[in-house]
Design a protein around this ligand. Structure first.
Ligand code: AMP
Ligand code: MG
Length: 476
């Protein structure tokens, strides 16, 4: 089933704690990912085999929870996997390594006041979002299964306990480096740095300064990732440094959501009182997180502190320019233009301004634009929009045919997104035993760029009242 290795255990002991997951043999697989099962050579008929494997003490001699720290909402905290246990690093036939992690797998050394568990509803949300992001062609953790543990756990109300079997290229995060830098020696920091480079970016091993190259690469890859979030209207909701992965995979889907009406100030998370993680603030937060990464690396970038600062600053100083280029490149593709020309940037800004003013649905506006079906939308009569539309068409026709532009738009604009009201409804029904709506939603979102008749309900945003009241919770 799995071909496990435990390379993380070659790091100094302070980076992990050997931990057995707490899984009851009475646990049942609630959702199993057939596509991923195939990769592990087992089928959906082998559900019990998966549980037996995960329950077997024999397989837990080396399972571990990772230590890390991190800035949460701007404040530094010592953390670690409070409820996640890596049961092994699977090496696939292509020699690629993936952490197989049980989220909600029980108490660890780092659980602090938590119970080490996870609720069924929150793990169903994480499963759904990780798969949705993957099918939107955005780098993400994947989910092999949601297990219903048979426990009842205390939150605001009693909830079913559950475990998410999560797969990532690695769970090393900016917070892992902060932990090494704050609580370890420079040798520890060097060890996690070279381990990360060997595991994730072997192409930079031979660079003059691989540590600096790592900072540069992670910055670029994280920018690509967050630009992609902006493309589909995704708000992560808790972009803390412990949720910023070095492998640039989206993960830890807590209070995340997709926006409906375009609004850069939009926040859904009930705990984000200062709008730190608002939709339009994600680039600034990312830069802040990458700065923390740079700070953590300073002791080993160069022997001279001043030189380290100077070298790191030279990289961070590129952030705004790189972001701007990548962001507009992506936004221009959303309107069918694949040449990144600074003179075209106002075309993007003007459209977004109009969308904000008219409270237009982010996903549907781009979809209707490439369908030339704006009559169904309130913008078609708006004089500012008519002017913008003319300008847009003229600019497109300078470079290509409208048909070619629409092909580009089709690739970059999803039709179906995980709208909050649909997600909430499907999860509530699944928790109560009816998984059909959840599976239907997942099926639809597994092909988000393809229109299908008869699914108009899934295109519609919620009512304004729902949207105004809707909040997401960490709901752990
Ligand atoms: P998250 O918000 O899921 O990224 O979690 C932040 C930190 O809290 C991580 O260190 C988690 O492992 C920890 N944590 C979250 N929920 C629990 C829980 N129920 N029990 C123990 N630790 C938890
Ligand atoms: Mg986290």
């Amino acid at each position: 089933m799995f071909n496990f290795d435990f390379s993380y255990l070659s790091l100094p002991k302070k980076f992990y704690s050997l931990t057995k997951p707490d899984l009851n043999p009475a646990a049942k697989v609630f959702i199993l990912n057939d596509e991923i099962c195939n990769k592990f050579n087992f089928t959906s008929n082998d559900k019990q085999k998966l549980i037996s494997f995960l329950c077997s003490d024999l397989n837990h001699k080396k399972s571990y929870a990772q230590a890390y720290a991190g800035h949460q909402f701007g404040h530094f905290t010592n953390l670690g996997d409070g409820r996640a246990i890596i049961v092994g690093e699977h090496i696939n036939l292509d020699n690629k390594r993936f952490d197989i992690q049980l989220k909600g797998g029980g108490l660890t050394k780092y659980s602090r006041n938590g119970d080490g568990k996870a609720t069924l509803s929150s793990m169903l949300k994480e499963y759904l979002f990780s798969e949705v992001m993957h099918y939107l062609n955005i780098s993400s953790s994947r989910s092999l299964a949601v297990i219903k543990t048979g426990d009842v756990i205390n939150r605001n109300i009693k909830e079913y306990g559950s475990i998410l079997v999560r797969i990532m290229k690695s769970h090393i995060r900016v917070g892992t480096f902060e932990y090494a830098s704050y609580f370890g020696s420079s040798d520890d920091l060097k060890k996690i740095t070279s381990y990360s480079i060997n595991r994730l970016y072997p192409e930079i091993i031979k660079f003059d300064n691989p540590t600096l190259a790592l900072l540069d690469l992670v910055m670029h890859k994280q920018i690509d990732l967050v630009v992609d979030w902006m493309r589909v209207g995704f708000i992560h909701g808790v972009m803390n440094t412990d949720n910023t992965s070095i492998s640039a995979e989206s993960f830890d889907y807590g209070p995340c959501a997709f926006i409906n009406a375009y609004d850069p100030e939009k926040v859904y998370s009930s705990i984000d009182h200062n709008s730190r993680y608002a939709f339009g603030n994600q680039s600034r937060v990312l830069k802040w997180n990458i700065l923390r990464f740079a700070e953590a690396l300073l002791p080993i970038i160069d022997q001279s502190k001043d030189k380290s600062i100077q070298l790191a600053e030279a990289i961070i100083n590129k952030f705004d320019k790189v972001w701007e280029e990548k962001y507009y490149d992506m936004m221009l593709k959303k309107i069918g233009l694949d040449s990144n020309d600074i003179l075209l940037y106002p075309l993007v800004d003007e459209l977004l301004l109009l969308m904000k003013k008219l409270k237009l649905d982010y996903t549907n506006t781009f979809y209707l634009l490439y369908q030339d079906n704006l009559d169904v939308n309130q913008i078609s009569n708006n004089t500012n929009f008519i002017q913008w539309y003319k300008k847009w068409k003229t600019n497109v026709l300078k470079k290509k045919t409208l048909k070619e532009a629409k092909e580009i738009m089709k690739k970059h604009n999803p039709i179906f997104i995980a709208r909050n009201h649909l997600v909430e409804e499907a999860i509530a029904k699944a928790v109560n035993g009816n998984v059909e709506p959840y599976n239907k939603l997942l099926g639809l979102l597994s092909n988000p760029y393809q229109h299908r008749n008869g699914h108009e309900k899934f295109l519609r945003p919620p009512t304004q009242k729902y949207e105004e009241c809707f909040q997401t919770y960490c709901g752990t």
